[in-house]
Write a protein that binds this ligand. Structure first.
Ligand code: HMG
Length: 387
């Protein structure tokens, strides 16, 4: 029985920052951002957007039948809104999902989305008539003027996991490696991540090499067997660095084909930035919606990395009905209709956040946009509504 992704939804805030403008404001060469880092734009989340509103918006495609057949809702995030209550429960309420399901949140940095996907895959394998909703949602914040500022972003990917999926079958061939390191983390008292930038990039590459080599040895697959390789994209240059370590394993025409598909996988990330848990799947969606030559049966390799750290390599196969499951025009429209913020406005939006304090908070209605918003925090309870 095939199990995998039947549908994918994308959400990202209605505001963005042009990174050429940010480079100029920070006294950097814009080429460093657009070429050296490989990012053009960055989604900016006002305080009325969080992983609940973005996650609910990404999953708003569910039909009534899907909602009724859900047995599991799992949110992978490292930007949770509560240390105890799962964001999946807020989303469950906003979307009016059936009560007869498990609703939970899962965490391991950017790897949380993959952990959720694999849990959902196993769940459907055990309960083939049921469906599982996986949401990978995050807001990446490193701080104004910080080393990581150019690699911020915000968004969510929602995936409906079913038996006999119409988009992608996820193979049961994952190789996963875990080891405790301090390359990136976020203490519970702050919304700003701490990153050892260079060390984190070295560890990303080391985890990729380790999992790829073991995967290749276990499955007999070589780079040449894959139509495309998708990577966790904290910034697109990171994925490129990883891809370049394995390109020498194939001839030049195959290298060019893999490069073209890699570029297709970067299109959305270049405009949205790092969405942590969802970044690998944003890249996957970008590949599927940007390459008109992709055929059913194509084998795609996926590398997931979450700092701290866990790395996983696995494969997926494009299904015959995949084209009908995609929405490239709608996603393009969503990106082009966003409002561009000046650097000064971005800085003001960045500073206006739900405080780590008990006082009531009211989000600025001037930035209410999207399908769902957080309106207030009253008596330490978050208030949401559909717009
Ligand atoms: P930095 O010090 O600003 O940049 O840090 P740099 O000096 O290393 O330069 C970056 C690249 O730009 C270099 O290219 C330069 O040569 C080039 P590279 O050598 O890497 O190929 N460059 C230029 N290119 C063209 N024209 C120019 C120019 N100037 C320089 N004029 C860094 C960059 C990404 C480290 C920083 O932004 C950062 O710390 N980001 C956050 C951490 C991060 O994203 N790490 C990635 C791996 S860890 C991960 O993926 C997990 C994560 O998603 C979190 C999670 O799991 O939850 C982060």
């Amino acid at each position: 029985m095939k199990i995998g992704i039947d549908q994918i939804g994308l959400a990202t805030p209605a505001f963005y920052l042009d990174l050429v403008e940010l480079a100029k404001a920070r006294g950097d060469d814009p080429d460093k951002y657009t070429i050296g880092i490989g990012q053009d734009e960055q989604a900016v989340a006002p305080s009325s957007q969080d992983v609940v509103t973005l996650g609910a918006s990404a999953a708003d495609f569910l039909s009534q039948a899907d909602r009724d057949e859900l047995g599991l809702i799992v949110v992978g995030t490292e930007t949770g809104v509560d240390a105890s209550k799962a964001s999946a429960l807020y989303i469950h309420a906003l979307l009016g999902l059936n009560p007869w399901c498990r609703a939970i949140e899962i965490k391991e940095a950017c790897y949380g989305g993959t952990a959720a996907l694999m849990m959902a895959r196993d769940y459907v394998a055990a309960h083939p008539t049921k469906k599982a909703l996986v949401i990978a949602a995050d807001i990446a914040r490193y701080g104004l003027n910080s080393g990581g500022e150019v690699t911020q972003g915000a968004g969510a990917i929602a995936m409906l996991i079913t038996a006999q999926p119409r988009l992608l079958a996820i193979h049961d061939d994952a190789v996963v490696k875990s080891g405790s390191i301090m390359d990136f983390w976020r203490p519970v008292y702050t919304d700003l991540a701490i990153a050892k930038g260079k060390y984190s990039t070295e560890q990303y590459l080391a985890f990729f090499q380790a999992t790829w080599q073991r995967y290749s040895a276990e499955t007999g697959h070589g780079v040449g067997d894959f139509e495309a390789l998708c990577f966790h994209l904290p910034y697109t240059k990171m994925g490129l660095k990883a891809l370049k370590t394995v390109l020498p394993e194939v001839d030049e025409p195959k290298q060019a084909a893999l490069m073209a598909n890699f570029e297709a996988s970067c299109r959305y990330s270049r405009r949205i930035g790092n969405i942590y848990t969802g970044s690998l799947y944003l890249g996957l969606l970008s590949l599927l919606e940007s390459n008109p030559h992709l055929q059913a049966g194509a084998l795609i390799g996926l590398f997931s990395y979450g700092s701290g750290a866990v790395g996983e390599f696995f494969s997926a196969e494009v299904q015959p009905e995949f084209n009908e499951q995609l929405h490239p025009a709608a996603h393009q429209q969503r990106l082009t209709s966003r409002r561009r913020l000046s650097v000064a406005e971005y800085e003001a939006v960045f500073a206006d956040k739900v405080p780590y304090a008990a006082a009531d908070y009211h989000a600025d209605p001037a930035y209410f946009a999207g399908s769902f918003v957080l309106t207030d925090v009253i008596g330490q309870q978050r208030q949401y509504r559909r717009l």
